[in-house]
Design a protein around this ligand. Structure first.
Ligand SMILES: [Zn+2]
Length: 872
């Protein structure tokens, strides 16, 4: 699965123009306070307790640990094959099913079979074995069916359970997690086709245990079966399921039955299908057929968005030495998806953000999520975690595949940038909670889909690769996949595979990283007083009562002229000193120059030393860090001196950062006219569209009137990133009045990068009569763009209420109450804050806030609603 959270909104050129994202900081602050208070409480309890009280407390803790231990599901039975025949009632949003499950006891003799089946209505249940067919009695509590078997059965008995049922996905629909936002298992989108421009479709989302909302099963990841799913659909629609489409049967009356067969076993949560009026793009990798499914009209975009799939499939197959293990691979873009994407076997489903027009797809940045779901086809689908406690065996790998693909396709610098973003995700979460990566105590399995399992898991795999060397690392992965094909695994299986290959005991690595919590908090001191032997002191300062004392390899490097030298030391102590024995004098030592170590690192460096790091390092990520640190320190002298070099850096992200710095210091352009010519040239020639857009943003800030002609030329660029920034430049022009018909010419655009500058123009020029335009745009912009647009939307209607203020409020309330995406609900809430002077609006906001189930949003809402109350 792949999350899309507010932190992921990667709209770097828009963010700088909007105030909205300060939310993250406030939220983190709230949560940090909570943690701090708990810590104080715990200490106080500790000091006032006597000996016997302490023993009692200890016993209670130990007993609770046993009680709360979430073991892998006990296997009483094994489902060998699942046969489903499904039809759909769109009016009532129900599934009409017939299930035939082929089952055997797993090891011990059994008298009662328990199946997961949530919110079903059931008739008779039949048991059959050796040609005998009989009705059996059962009990049902809306979640589990307890079936009394005719006699005690042993593991040599194979039998079938058959019954008809109606499944009600809408019943008891509830909150999900950071990774998914609902638990219906099966979703009808606009089932009666009442929403304009919204196609009807059905799709499913099984992880974690939600597929038992639409078929009876043993809904845990350590179950695996083959399957045949028959889907009755309207003849004009298409269906996509797991495995192969082996048959299509004409049922008459405009209906058709599609037979989707999985000959290879997989886990229940990976069963899936989608039904809709999709367009299909076909492609191929070796003998594997590929399909990209998207709403009709977006096929050309899908062709571009998913174009790297065959190359990825080849890359991953080669890397792992295990060819893509399934007979086909389909990728389906749906509406209202409850997650970023889901790796259903051979049929990954993606959120609508991947539905792009051909022009939008020029700047598609979705490779990472495509790689993530594809890698899951090995790590997750082929070899599957045996329990949610071990979910990092699925998600850590999928997360790391984003790095691997990036490294292969776009180079080491870009991959490292990705890794840094992931570690920052983890560190942000670590401020709120620090838990074992593989953890057996949790309230809700959905809670495990967090930045520990994803980002930290990926970063740990990277450290393991660095430690073992790439060759041993990939050989270990090969062994792990081959030895556990179509099976379930726990973290020890991974360790053993690496030990088999490398010949080395790796308990120390797995214990500290996978089975414990926290991360190293390291202080470095570098003593240059003996120029021929620089001394490095390493101190680990993490709290050892909760966090391990780590052992880890430490890379130290320095430059003699342009020659890079490096040494690796093994840190095994709380405080340790290493001599570099460098002989030739060294002026600057770089620690972990390539940013491989997952740790909080503190080292004193002067701005001048940071500038030296920028100038000398051959690694883009180290130069990026230097620029970023100088910017954070506001070291303007040093920054200005390296800016010309940064604008020409071979790593695009440094050029992009340099432009962003220049945008905050337009006065530097006046100092150096050459800089201005450079930026103009970058806006036209840079190989990266985001850099070209950044250059235009600098020109808008520095001299919009002077660069009017640049904007005019580039506003029709094929890239929306570039055209959007050019249009922003045009609406910023002040000396000469921009012809309003020029701006109006872009008012029919549907891409938010163009829509937002037009909205800005309407607001700043007080253009009347645009209420309908704002409402129509808000109805058609999808995904993250809508979040940003809602800010302008609210501003227009709050400034010009006569243009339809109440329609705007109604629209925002509807989004806040019903949108499936938390960031859209947040955007609607933020917009509504412009209208709180009206008491009835205020009470509607409070009502909507009270219904919210997302814990982060609840905190955010409370914070602002309390503040508003205090004001009044
Ligand atoms: Zn995933």
């Amino acid at each position: 699965m792949n999350q899309l959270t507010l932190n992921d909104l990667n709209l770097r050129w828009i963010v700088s123009k909007l105030p909205a994202l300060y939310f993250v900081v406030i939220l983190m602050a709230c949560k940090t306070n909570q943690v701090a208070e708990n810590t104080i409480l715990a200490t106080e309890t500790h000091t006032i307790m006597g000996d016997s009280a302490m023993i009692e407390a200890l016993i209670a803790t130990e007993e609770l640990a046993i009680e709360n231990y979430q073991s892998s599901a006990k296997k009483d039975f094994d489902i060998l094959h699942t046969d489903l025949d499904l039809a759909f009632d769109y009016t009532n949003q129900t599934v009409l099913g017939t299930a035939v499950l082929t089952i055997k006891p797993f090891f011990y003799p059994q008298k009662e079979l328990i199946l997961d089946a949530q919110d079903f209505e059931l008739g008779k249940i039949f048991f059959s074995q050796n040609g005998k067919y009989e009705s059996v009695s059962y009990q049902y509590d809306e979640a589990k069916i307890r079936i009394k078997l005719p006699q005690e059965l042993t593991r040599t008995d194979t039998f079938q359970i058959t019954f008809d049922y109606t499944a009600f996905p809408e019943r008891n629909a509830g909150e999900g997690s950071a990774a998914i936002t609902d638990t219906k298992g099966l979703y009808f989108v606009d089932p009666m086709d009442t929403v304009p421009d919204k196609p009807s479709m059905i799709w499913t989302q099984g992880e974690t245990a939600h597929n038992s909302k639409w078929f009876p099963t043993i809904d845990s990841p350590n179950e695996k079966f083959t399957q045949l799913i028959k889907l009755t659909v309207v003849d004009s629609l298409i269906s996509i399921g797991n495995g192969e489409l082996i048959r299509q049967e004409d049922l008459g009356d405009g209906l058709r039955k599609d037979y989707w067969e999985m000959k290879l076993p997989h886990s229940p949560y990976l069963a899936a299908f989608a039904i809709g009026d999709f367009g299909k793009v076909t492609a191929q990798w070796e003998d594997i057929p590929l399909g990209y499914f998207v709403e009709k009209g977006y096929e050309k975009g899908a062709e571009k968005v998913f174009k790297n799939t065959p190359e990825m499939m080849g890359f991953f197959s080669d890397l792992l030495g295990v060819k893509y293990p399934w007979p086909k691979y389909d990728q389906i873009v749906v509406r209202d998806f409850v997650s970023g994407a889901m790796e259903n076997t051979t049929a990954s489903i993606f959120m609508e953000e991947l539905r792009l027009t051909e022009r939008e797809a020029i700047d598609s940045e979705w490779d990472y999520i495509i790689a993530h779901e594809l890698f899951h086809q090995w790590f997750g689908d082929y070899v599957t975690t045996e329990s949610w406690a071990n979910i990092t065996l699925n998600e850590g790998f999928a997360n790391y595949s984003e790095f691997l693909w990036s490294e292969y396709k776009y180079g080491a610098d870009e991959a490292k940038l990705k890794l840094i973003a992931e570690t920052e995700n983890y560190f942000a979460e670590a401020k709120i909670k620090q838990v074992d990566l593989v953890r057996f105590e949790y309230d809700n399995a959905e809670d495990l889909f967090d930045s520990h399992s994803y980002s930290k898991g990926g970063a740990i795999l990277h450290m393991l690769r660095e430690y073992l060397g790439s060759e041993a690392f990939y050989a270990g992965l090969h062994t792990y996949l081959v030895e556990h094909a179509f099976e379930n695994v726990e973290v020890n299986d991974l360790r053993i595979a690496f030990e088999e290959v490398s010949g080395e005991d790796l308990n120390w690595f797995f214990n500290q990283w996978f089975l414990d919590k926290g991360h190293p908090d390291i202080y470095f001191e570098v003593d240059y007083s003996d120029p021929s032997n620089v001394l490095i002191t390493v101190s680990q300062r993490q709290d050892l009562s909760t966090t391990p004392l780590y052992q880890f390899p430490l890379d130290v490097s320095w430059y003699e002229g342009i020659v890079r030298k490096s040494k690796q030391f093994m840190v095994t102590k709380a405080s340790q000193q290493f001599g570099l024995e460098n002989k030739s004098p060294v002026e600057l030592v770089l620690i972990d120059e390539q940013k491989n170590l997952l740790a909080k690192k503190s080292i004193e460096m002067s701005p001048d030393q940071m500038r030296e790091q920028f100038k000398s390092s051959i690694f883009g990520i180290a130069r990026y860090e230097a620029l970023d640190s100088l910017m954070a320190w506001e070291a303007t002298t040093e920054l200005e001196s390296i800016l010309p070099a940064a604008l020409e850096d071979q790593f695009w992200s440094i050029r992009e950062s340099a432009l962003s710095i220049l945008q905050s210091h337009p006065e530097w352009i006046s100092d150096t006219p050459e800089l201005e010519r450079k930026v103009v040239a970058m806006s036209v020639n840079d190989s990266k569209n985001s850099v070209r857009a950044g250059a235009l943003d600098v020109l808008s800030t520095y001299g919009p009137d002077k660069h009017f002609s640049s904007f005019l030329k580039l506003v029709n660029d094929s890239s929306y990133l570039v055209a959007g920034s050019a249009l922003t430049g045009l609406v910023t022009v002040s000396e000469q009045e921009v012809d309003s018909s020029l701006i109006e010419g872009f008012a029919t655009e549907r891409n938010f990068r163009m829509v937002i500058p037009v909205a800005d123009y309407y607001i700043t020029h007080s253009v009347p009569g645009k209420g309908n335009w704002f409402i129509n745009q808000a109805n058609s912009i999808s995904g993250e763009g809508l979040y940003f647009f809602l800010g302008y939307f609210s501003e227009y209607f709050s400034r010009f209420p006569a243009e339809g203020e109440m329609d705007a409020v109604t629209f925002l309330l509807e989004k806040m109450e019903h949108d499936s995406r938390n960031y859209v609900r947040l955007g609607a809430f933020q917009g509504l804050l412009s209208f709180t002077e009206k008491a009835e609006v205020m009470s509607r906001i409070s009502e909507a806030a009270a219904q919210e189930t997302d814990p982060e949003l609840i905190m955010y809402y409370q914070y602002f609603l309390e503040a508003l109350k205090d004001e009044n």
